[in-house]
Design a protein around this ligand. Sequence first.
Ligand code: ATP
Ligand code: MG
Length: 236
Amino acid sequence: MSAFLDVQNLNAFYGSSHVLHDVSISMNEGEAVLLLGRNGAGKTTLMKALMGLVSVRGGPILFKGTDITGLVPHQIARLGVGLVPEDRRMFARLTVAENLELGRKPGATGRAAWEMDRILDIFPVLRELRSRKAGALSGGQQQMVAVARTLLGNPDVVLLDEPAEGLAPVIVQELAQQFMALRKEGLSMIISEQNLSFARALADKAYVLESGYVRYSGTLAELDANEAEWTRYIAF
Ligand SMILES: Nc1ncnc2c1ncn2[C@@H]1O[C@H](COP(=O)(O)OP(=O)(O)OP(=O)(O)O)[C@@H](O)[C@H]1O
Ligand SMILES: [Mg+2]
């Protein structure tokens, strides 16, 4: 049986700048995978490449058995890939409810697995903030809106680009619990982080990126057992 997501020898470019080098990753449905790497390692570029937002060579990128290499972002989104971008992209002048509504789409199978109520059960604070302008929210609240909005598009896999970046430790803990709840619901997720921290408890495996190369990959148990093999690629 083929993997849920299988990327082989993917190269990505910004103009003539070659940023990802023969990156191969794979995951099964329902798994949580970490992309670890310091500033500039290529985490965002890999997520953009999966989403069709940067030009790629090599591959293929197989998602649920379909070759999505070279498809445009809305086609990839329609096939069930959802991105929560690093900058969260809120519409500051719209309310939380309006921002969330903008995310509402049927999933790849036409089903709406993620109804608003189910999402608000995981992010209860958003219930209270519904009529607040998104621009008035804290960073953590904005991150929750960004995740909830993406889930309302009913993705089969969600790409979370440094979701904990810049958030206070207490908020990061809250987010970690919410992500754990999503994981328990069977959501497949790829989470990027600069180092192994908040998502450690929920991840199945990790890929360590440096300078656009996968330098190490393994299960969390393997990472714990072989720290000397990968920690030099990570910022501490
Ligand atoms: N729009 C762009 N044009 C040209 N080069 C870019 C562009 N965006 C990123 N890069 C370069 O590509 C490389 C990978 O960057 P990327 O943003 O993917 O790293 P990252 O792992 O997400 O880092 P961070 O932790 O800072 O978000 C870096 O060398 C960066 O300078
Ligand atoms: Mg990034």
